[in-house]
Design a protein around this ligand. Structure first.
Ligand code: HEM
Length: 116
């Protein structure tokens, strides 16, 4: 069970890396919102929900922290959705929404790692 939890955590981190990597490429490039960002968010979200259940670990779960991460993830989803809809209409993503995607992603890593 512990190994399986470890594998799900790896998938969670692959999702995060996909989201942040896709965003970082665009941050130094065209600053567009791409589908790869949404795929990363989906992977991190599904694996995160699986990790939110208390299996394969003897640590107590910090549900306040998990709820904060879920809210931030939903906010990133909203930024991606609204941003890409506007991008389709006007040809470019609104700058504040684009930067908020990266900022909120880093905020969720900070919550994950620094909040013990
Ligand atoms: C963009 C969104 C997210 C990012 C960037 C992210 C990032 C991370 C990172 C870097 C870790 C490893 C930290 C560590 O274990 O010390 C982690 C662990 C974890 N994440 Fe997330 N996360 C995200 C979304 C979520 C969501 C939505 C949930 C749950 C609803 C969640 C639940 C968890 C749990 C439970 C762990 C701990 C796993 C364990 O120790 O067994 N994450 N996350």
């Amino acid at each position: 069970m512990e190994t399986l939890r470890g594998i799900v955590l790896v998938i969670h981190l692959v999702g995060f890396a996909t989201l942040f990597g896709a965003w970082a490429v665009e941050a130094v490039g065209a600053r567009r919102i791409t589908r790869v960002m949404s795929y990363g968010l989906l992977i991190a979200g599904v694996a995160g929900l699986a990790l939110a259940a208390p299996w394969g670990t003897d640590h107590d779960m910090n549900y306040t922290k998990i709820a904060v991460k879920l809210v931030v993830l939903l906010a990133i989803g909203a930024f991606l959705g609204i941003g890409s809809a506007r991008q389709k209409r006007s040809g470019s993503a609104p700058a504040p929404l684009f930067w908020l995607i990266g900022l909120a992603t880093v905020a969720n890593v900070a919550v994950a790692v620094l909040w013990r």
